[in-house]
Design a protein around this ligand. Sequence first.
Ligand SMILES: [Zn+2]
Length: 284
Amino acid sequence: MKWSGRRQSDNVEDRRGFSGGKIVAGGGIIGLIILAINLFMGGDNTEILNDINSQLQQSSSQETVELTARDKEMGQFVATILADTEDVWSKIFKENGLTYKEPKLVLFRDAVQTACGGASSASGPFYCPTDQKVYMDLAFFDELQSRFGAKGGDFAIAYVIAHEVGHHVQTLLGTSDKVRSLQAKTNEKGANRLSVALELQADFYAGLWTRYNQEMNNILEEGDIEEAISAANAVGDDAIQKRSQGQVIPDSFTHGTSAQRVYWFKKGFESGDINQGDTFDEIK
Ligand SMILES: [Zn+2]
């Protein structure tokens, strides 16, 4: 994907410099092992004890983590994609006589507090409608990058950001509220089907965003669409459940199968028409 040189959004909140002190604690543990070896060998431990003490003090007072060059580049990439979503959705809203309100995007490491409650890296990227912020962690980027190869899987990450922004669009358009009130009136199975439709529409919006962004900024390189599709495949509920539980239980799906996610992403990309994104019609 081509991304350098374009506008970067001011709506990124970078909280990656703050951590639970994991790295420092790791140093402390190594220090303790050295201390144990030294005690065993009968050496002088004053220096090592001082070293461990200062490390422990550091970990309690200043829990900051230095960002690597790659972390910084990742931050610039995310800010560019977010700016692309702002430009595209402002245009689409305007075309429909509406005004787009930009969301914030929070980059975090390990754990984060949100208006929707606390979250960790394990929960994956998500959107919180209460504070209208997208939350993403570095660990997830690493996972996507290692899965999608040397090129870095940049478009796979862009797809995930576009999907989360899709949930923001649903919040602005009132779709999320409508779904929640319908869910309150139905059983668990019906509520799940509504959740799936909401997720698939976010995939449709990601496809629509790709189409508009291609027309506005000529972003695509060979293999990008395949990358987004394989990301959609990898994060489908059936794929996730197979990995985590070893079996697939369709009734508890809340994101849709991999095939459904691919279908709706492609429909958004190929149609370029927001009116084609009624994922709810098919589950009635
Ligand atoms: Zn989603």
